[in-house]
Ligand binder design. Structure first.
Ligand code: ASP
Length: 341
Protein backbone atom coordinates (compact mmCIF):
# COMPACT_ATOMS: atom_id res chain seq x y z
CA UNK A 1 0.00 0.00 0.00
CA UNK A 2 1.42 3.40 -0.93
CA UNK A 3 1.79 6.14 1.66
CA UNK A 4 -1.07 8.14 0.20
CA UNK A 5 -3.50 5.29 0.92
CA UNK A 6 -2.96 5.78 4.60
CA UNK A 7 -5.92 7.07 6.57
CA UNK A 8 -5.48 9.95 8.97
CA UNK A 9 -6.99 9.23 12.35
CA UNK A 10 -7.37 11.47 15.36
CA UNK A 11 -7.52 9.65 18.70
CA UNK A 12 -9.12 11.71 21.46
CA UNK A 13 -8.32 10.34 24.89
CA UNK A 14 -10.85 11.37 27.55
CA UNK A 15 -9.93 8.92 30.35
CA UNK A 16 -11.50 5.69 31.60
CA UNK A 17 -10.10 2.33 32.67
CA UNK A 18 -8.16 1.93 29.43
CA UNK A 19 -5.53 4.35 30.71
CA UNK A 20 -5.94 4.00 34.46
CA UNK A 21 -3.34 2.95 37.00
CA UNK A 22 -3.61 1.77 40.56
CA UNK A 23 -3.22 4.49 43.13
CA UNK A 24 -0.91 2.97 45.74
CA UNK A 25 -2.37 5.03 48.58
CA UNK A 26 -6.10 4.48 48.07
CA UNK A 27 -5.96 1.19 46.14
CA UNK A 28 -8.45 2.61 43.60
CA UNK A 29 -8.04 3.09 39.85
CA UNK A 30 -7.41 6.64 38.65
CA UNK A 31 -6.79 8.04 35.16
CA UNK A 32 -3.26 8.89 34.04
CA UNK A 33 -1.86 10.25 30.82
CA UNK A 34 -0.14 7.39 29.02
CA UNK A 35 1.29 9.62 26.33
CA UNK A 36 1.51 8.65 22.70
CA UNK A 37 -0.37 5.51 21.72
CA UNK A 38 2.26 3.89 19.57
CA UNK A 39 4.59 3.53 22.55
CA UNK A 40 1.99 1.43 24.41
CA UNK A 41 0.53 -0.42 21.41
CA UNK A 42 3.35 -0.66 18.84
CA UNK A 43 1.19 -2.96 16.62
CA UNK A 44 -0.71 0.15 15.53
CA UNK A 45 2.29 1.14 13.39
CA UNK A 46 1.56 -1.84 11.12
CA UNK A 47 -1.92 -0.57 10.20
CA UNK A 48 -2.40 1.64 7.12
CA UNK A 49 -2.89 4.87 9.01
CA UNK A 50 -1.27 7.89 10.60
CA UNK A 51 -2.47 8.56 14.11
CA UNK A 52 -2.50 11.86 15.96
CA UNK A 53 -3.31 11.90 19.63
CA UNK A 54 -5.16 14.49 21.63
CA UNK A 55 -5.60 14.10 25.35
CA UNK A 56 -8.22 15.73 27.55
CA UNK A 57 -6.84 17.67 30.47
CA UNK A 58 -7.91 16.67 33.04
CA UNK A 59 -8.62 13.07 32.14
CA UNK A 60 -11.84 11.81 33.65
CA UNK A 61 -13.49 8.70 34.93
CA UNK A 62 -16.54 8.65 32.65
CA UNK A 63 -18.81 8.67 35.70
CA UNK A 64 -17.90 12.38 35.76
CA UNK A 65 -19.25 12.90 32.23
CA UNK A 66 -21.24 16.10 31.64
CA UNK A 67 -22.95 17.65 28.60
CA UNK A 68 -20.22 20.32 28.52
CA UNK A 69 -17.70 17.54 27.83
CA UNK A 70 -19.87 16.16 24.99
CA UNK A 71 -19.63 19.63 23.50
CA UNK A 72 -15.86 19.62 23.98
CA UNK A 73 -15.59 16.29 22.10
CA UNK A 74 -17.90 17.43 19.32
CA UNK A 75 -15.93 20.67 18.89
CA UNK A 76 -12.64 18.73 18.71
CA UNK A 77 -14.14 16.71 15.88
CA UNK A 78 -15.53 19.81 14.19
CA UNK A 79 -12.26 21.77 14.17
CA UNK A 80 -10.33 18.74 12.92
CA UNK A 81 -12.98 17.40 10.58
CA UNK A 82 -11.21 18.14 7.32
CA UNK A 83 -7.80 17.00 8.52
CA UNK A 84 -8.82 13.44 9.42
CA UNK A 85 -10.64 10.49 7.84
CA UNK A 86 -11.84 9.06 11.13
CA UNK A 87 -12.00 9.81 14.85
CA UNK A 88 -11.52 7.45 17.77
CA UNK A 89 -12.59 8.47 21.26
CA UNK A 90 -11.05 6.60 24.19
CA UNK A 91 -13.70 6.75 26.89
CA UNK A 92 -14.65 5.01 30.13
CA UNK A 93 -17.28 2.35 29.71
CA UNK A 94 -19.63 3.58 32.45
CA UNK A 95 -21.22 6.37 30.43
CA UNK A 96 -19.96 5.48 26.95
CA UNK A 97 -23.46 4.65 25.68
CA UNK A 98 -24.71 8.09 26.81
CA UNK A 99 -21.82 9.89 25.12
CA UNK A 100 -22.24 7.88 21.92
CA UNK A 101 -25.96 8.70 21.85
CA UNK A 102 -25.40 12.40 22.57
CA UNK A 103 -22.70 12.71 19.89
CA UNK A 104 -24.89 10.94 17.35
CA UNK A 105 -27.47 13.73 17.73
CA UNK A 106 -24.90 16.54 17.88
CA UNK A 107 -22.81 15.58 14.82
CA UNK A 108 -25.35 16.21 12.10
CA UNK A 109 -24.54 15.16 8.50
CA UNK A 110 -21.63 13.11 9.80
CA UNK A 111 -19.93 11.31 6.93
CA UNK A 112 -16.84 9.93 8.68
CA UNK A 113 -16.52 7.28 11.40
CA UNK A 114 -16.47 8.37 15.04
CA UNK A 115 -15.61 5.26 17.07
CA UNK A 116 -15.71 5.14 20.85
CA UNK A 117 -13.77 2.46 22.63
CA UNK A 118 -12.30 1.70 26.03
CA UNK A 119 -11.65 -1.40 28.06
CA UNK A 120 -12.60 -3.39 31.11
CA UNK A 121 -8.97 -3.78 32.22
CA UNK A 122 -6.26 -1.09 32.09
CA UNK A 123 -3.90 -1.22 29.13
CA UNK A 124 -0.94 -2.27 31.30
CA UNK A 125 -2.60 -5.42 32.74
CA UNK A 126 -1.54 -8.80 31.37
CA UNK A 127 -5.03 -9.95 30.28
CA UNK A 128 -6.14 -6.50 29.19
CA UNK A 129 -8.84 -6.14 26.53
CA UNK A 130 -7.58 -2.63 25.75
CA UNK A 131 -5.15 -3.68 23.01
CA UNK A 132 -7.74 -5.69 21.06
CA UNK A 133 -10.38 -3.00 21.39
CA UNK A 134 -7.99 -0.29 20.29
CA UNK A 135 -6.42 -2.25 17.44
CA UNK A 136 -9.86 -3.29 16.12
CA UNK A 137 -11.14 0.28 16.33
CA UNK A 138 -8.09 1.58 14.46
CA UNK A 139 -8.34 -1.16 11.83
CA UNK A 140 -12.00 -0.32 11.20
CA UNK A 141 -11.19 3.40 11.13
CA UNK A 142 -8.42 2.71 8.57
CA UNK A 143 -10.65 0.63 6.35
CA UNK A 144 -12.04 1.76 3.01
CA UNK A 145 -15.53 0.91 4.25
CA UNK A 146 -16.75 4.30 5.41
CA UNK A 147 -19.05 4.12 8.41
CA UNK A 148 -20.62 7.56 8.76
CA UNK A 149 -21.83 6.95 12.29
CA UNK A 150 -20.98 7.34 15.95
CA UNK A 151 -20.14 3.77 16.94
CA UNK A 152 -18.90 1.77 19.88
CA UNK A 153 -16.20 -0.80 19.17
CA UNK A 154 -15.91 -3.37 21.92
CA UNK A 155 -14.97 -7.03 22.20
CA UNK A 156 -14.67 -7.54 18.44
CA UNK A 157 -18.00 -5.93 17.61
CA UNK A 158 -18.84 -2.56 16.14
CA UNK A 159 -22.22 -1.24 17.26
CA UNK A 160 -24.29 1.79 16.37
CA UNK A 161 -23.51 3.79 19.51
CA UNK A 162 -27.01 5.05 20.23
CA UNK A 163 -28.32 1.46 20.27
CA UNK A 164 -25.97 0.24 22.97
CA UNK A 165 -26.08 -0.24 26.70
CA UNK A 166 -23.35 -1.31 29.10
CA UNK A 167 -24.74 -4.49 30.53
CA UNK A 168 -21.84 -6.09 32.37
CA UNK A 169 -19.01 -4.73 34.46
CA UNK A 170 -17.38 -8.14 34.69
CA UNK A 171 -16.98 -9.64 31.23
CA UNK A 172 -15.13 -8.28 28.22
CA UNK A 173 -18.30 -7.98 26.13
CA UNK A 174 -19.41 -4.96 28.17
CA UNK A 175 -21.88 -3.65 25.58
CA UNK A 176 -24.93 -5.06 23.91
CA UNK A 177 -27.26 -3.76 21.24
CA UNK A 178 -30.28 -5.98 21.37
CA UNK A 179 -32.57 -3.99 19.12
CA UNK A 180 -30.07 -3.40 16.30
CA UNK A 181 -27.53 -5.77 14.74
CA UNK A 182 -23.78 -5.03 14.92
CA UNK A 183 -22.42 -2.91 12.06
CA UNK A 184 -19.31 -5.09 11.88
CA UNK A 185 -17.82 -8.15 13.54
CA UNK A 186 -14.13 -8.93 13.82
CA UNK A 187 -13.11 -12.56 13.61
CA UNK A 188 -10.30 -13.84 11.45
CA UNK A 189 -11.41 -11.00 9.21
CA UNK A 190 -13.67 -8.01 9.73
CA UNK A 191 -17.13 -8.60 8.29
CA UNK A 192 -19.18 -5.47 7.65
CA UNK A 193 -22.97 -5.65 7.76
CA UNK A 194 -23.41 -3.11 4.98
CA UNK A 195 -27.20 -3.15 5.01
CA UNK A 196 -27.27 -1.84 8.59
CA UNK A 197 -24.74 0.96 8.11
CA UNK A 198 -26.12 4.44 7.47
CA UNK A 199 -25.53 6.00 4.06
CA UNK A 200 -22.91 8.66 3.50
CA UNK A 201 -24.48 12.04 2.80
CA UNK A 202 -22.88 14.92 0.99
CA UNK A 203 -23.91 17.73 3.31
CA UNK A 204 -21.43 19.56 5.51
CA UNK A 205 -21.00 18.61 9.13
CA UNK A 206 -23.06 20.72 11.50
CA UNK A 207 -22.45 20.52 15.24
CA UNK A 208 -25.49 21.25 17.39
CA UNK A 209 -24.64 21.38 21.05
CA UNK A 210 -27.48 22.36 23.30
CA UNK A 211 -28.67 20.16 26.12
CA UNK A 212 -31.41 20.79 28.63
CA UNK A 213 -30.53 19.33 32.02
CA UNK A 214 -34.07 19.72 33.40
CA UNK A 215 -34.83 16.10 32.59
CA UNK A 216 -35.39 13.22 34.99
CA UNK A 217 -35.62 9.41 34.73
CA UNK A 218 -38.05 7.44 36.88
CA UNK A 219 -37.75 3.67 36.97
CA UNK A 220 -41.02 2.09 38.07
CA UNK A 221 -41.08 -0.74 40.58
CA UNK A 222 -43.93 -2.39 42.46
CA UNK A 223 -44.65 -0.16 45.45
CA UNK A 224 -42.98 2.99 44.09
CA UNK A 225 -43.96 6.02 46.16
CA UNK A 226 -46.47 8.31 44.45
CA UNK A 227 -45.24 11.15 46.64
CA UNK A 228 -41.75 10.69 45.19
CA UNK A 229 -43.07 10.80 41.60
CA UNK A 230 -45.18 13.85 42.50
CA UNK A 231 -42.12 15.63 43.88
CA UNK A 232 -40.19 14.98 40.66
CA UNK A 233 -42.82 16.56 38.43
CA UNK A 234 -43.00 19.50 40.84
CA UNK A 235 -39.25 20.20 40.55
CA UNK A 236 -38.87 23.83 39.46
CA UNK A 237 -38.16 24.08 35.72
CA UNK A 238 -38.51 20.38 34.93
CA UNK A 239 -39.23 19.90 31.22
CA UNK A 240 -38.83 16.22 30.45
CA UNK A 241 -39.42 12.89 32.12
CA UNK A 242 -38.35 9.44 31.00
CA UNK A 243 -40.62 6.81 32.51
CA UNK A 244 -38.96 3.39 32.57
CA UNK A 245 -41.96 1.10 32.44
CA UNK A 246 -42.47 -2.64 32.47
CA UNK A 247 -42.37 -4.94 29.42
CA UNK A 248 -44.01 -3.43 26.37
CA UNK A 249 -44.62 -0.10 28.11
CA UNK A 250 -46.93 -0.91 31.02
CA UNK A 251 -47.42 0.83 34.36
CA UNK A 252 -49.75 0.45 37.35
CA UNK A 253 -53.30 1.57 36.53
CA UNK A 254 -53.20 3.66 39.67
CA UNK A 255 -55.31 6.79 39.32
CA UNK A 256 -52.85 8.67 41.53
CA UNK A 257 -50.04 7.95 39.04
CA UNK A 258 -52.20 8.78 36.04
CA UNK A 259 -53.33 12.07 37.60
CA UNK A 260 -49.73 13.06 38.40
CA UNK A 261 -48.73 12.33 34.79
CA UNK A 262 -51.75 14.18 33.34
CA UNK A 263 -50.95 17.23 35.48
CA UNK A 264 -47.30 17.09 34.39
CA UNK A 265 -48.23 16.86 30.72
CA UNK A 266 -50.67 19.77 31.16
CA UNK A 267 -47.68 21.78 32.45
CA UNK A 268 -45.83 20.95 29.19
CA UNK A 269 -43.52 18.34 30.70
CA UNK A 270 -42.73 15.85 27.93
CA UNK A 271 -43.16 12.32 29.32
CA UNK A 272 -41.53 9.53 27.29
CA UNK A 273 -42.18 5.84 27.85
CA UNK A 274 -39.17 3.52 27.53
CA UNK A 275 -39.12 -0.09 28.66
CA UNK A 276 -37.03 -1.58 31.42
CA UNK A 277 -36.44 -4.48 29.01
CA UNK A 278 -33.27 -4.15 26.95
CA UNK A 279 -34.97 -5.75 23.96
CA UNK A 280 -38.34 -5.15 22.34
CA UNK A 281 -40.46 -2.12 21.72
CA UNK A 282 -42.93 0.03 23.64
CA UNK A 283 -46.46 -0.73 22.45
CA UNK A 284 -48.82 1.13 24.72
CA UNK A 285 -51.84 -0.16 22.80
CA UNK A 286 -51.09 -3.78 23.69
CA UNK A 287 -52.31 -3.87 27.31
CA UNK A 288 -54.80 -1.78 29.22
CA UNK A 289 -51.92 -0.90 31.58
CA UNK A 290 -50.09 0.72 28.67
CA UNK A 291 -53.14 2.26 27.04
CA UNK A 292 -53.90 4.35 30.11
CA UNK A 293 -50.47 5.97 29.78
CA UNK A 294 -51.08 6.77 26.13
CA UNK A 295 -54.47 8.25 26.99
CA UNK A 296 -52.80 10.40 29.64
CA UNK A 297 -50.54 11.88 26.93
CA UNK A 298 -47.34 9.87 27.50
CA UNK A 299 -45.40 9.44 24.24
CA UNK A 300 -43.72 6.25 23.07
CA UNK A 301 -39.94 5.86 23.21
CA UNK A 302 -40.43 2.87 20.87
CA UNK A 303 -37.31 0.65 20.91
CA UNK A 304 -34.88 3.28 22.24
CA UNK A 305 -32.55 2.48 25.10
CA UNK A 306 -32.86 4.63 28.21
CA UNK A 307 -29.46 6.13 27.33
CA UNK A 308 -30.59 7.09 23.82
CA UNK A 309 -33.96 8.42 25.02
CA UNK A 310 -32.56 10.47 27.91
CA UNK A 311 -29.88 12.18 25.84
CA UNK A 312 -32.37 12.71 23.01
CA UNK A 313 -34.86 14.39 25.30
CA UNK A 314 -32.07 16.58 26.72
CA UNK A 315 -31.00 17.42 23.17
CA UNK A 316 -34.46 18.18 21.79
CA UNK A 317 -35.51 20.23 24.82
CA UNK A 318 -32.21 22.10 24.60
CA UNK A 319 -33.33 23.60 21.30
CA UNK A 320 -36.08 25.51 23.14
CA UNK A 321 -38.68 24.04 20.78
CA UNK A 322 -42.16 23.95 22.27
CA UNK A 323 -43.19 20.79 24.12
CA UNK A 324 -45.76 19.98 21.42
CA UNK A 325 -42.93 19.79 18.84
CA UNK A 326 -40.59 17.80 21.08
CA UNK A 327 -43.38 15.27 21.73
CA UNK A 328 -43.50 14.57 18.01
CA UNK A 329 -39.79 14.73 17.19
CA UNK A 330 -38.77 12.42 20.05
CA UNK A 331 -40.67 9.65 18.24
CA UNK A 332 -38.68 10.06 15.00
CA UNK A 333 -35.14 8.94 14.34
CA UNK A 334 -32.38 11.54 14.38
CA UNK A 335 -29.46 9.15 13.94
CA UNK A 336 -30.92 5.66 13.74
CA UNK A 337 -31.58 5.39 17.48
CA UNK A 338 -35.06 3.94 16.93
CA UNK A 339 -36.71 1.73 14.35
CA UNK A 340 -39.47 3.18 12.24
CA UNK A 341 -42.47 0.86 11.94
N1 ASP B 1 -15.20 3.96 35.82
C1 ASP B 1 -14.59 3.71 34.53
C2 ASP B 1 -15.08 4.79 33.57
O1 ASP B 1 -16.16 4.69 33.06
C3 ASP B 1 -14.94 2.37 34.03
C4 ASP B 1 -14.36 2.01 32.67
O2 ASP B 1 -13.70 2.74 32.01
O3 ASP B 1 -14.63 0.88 32.26
O4 ASP B 1 -14.38 5.74 33.35
Amino acid sequence: MSKTDKKNILVIYTGGTIGMIHDEESGTLKPFNFGRLSTVVPELKKLPCRIDFHSFDPLIDSSDMQPALWTKMARQIEVNYHKYDAFIILHGTDTMAYTASALSYMLQNLNKPVILTGSQLPIGEIRTDARTNLITAVEIASSNVVIPEVCICFDNKLFRGNRTEKYTSLHFDAFQSINYPPLAEAGTEIIYNHEYIREVNNNSLKVVSHFCEDVFVIKLFPGISMAAIQSVVELPGIKGLILETYGSGNAPKDTRLLNILKEAIKKDIVVVNVSQCSGGVVQMEKYENGMVLKQAGVVSGKDMTTEAATTKLMFLLGSDSPATEVKVSVQYSIAGELSSE
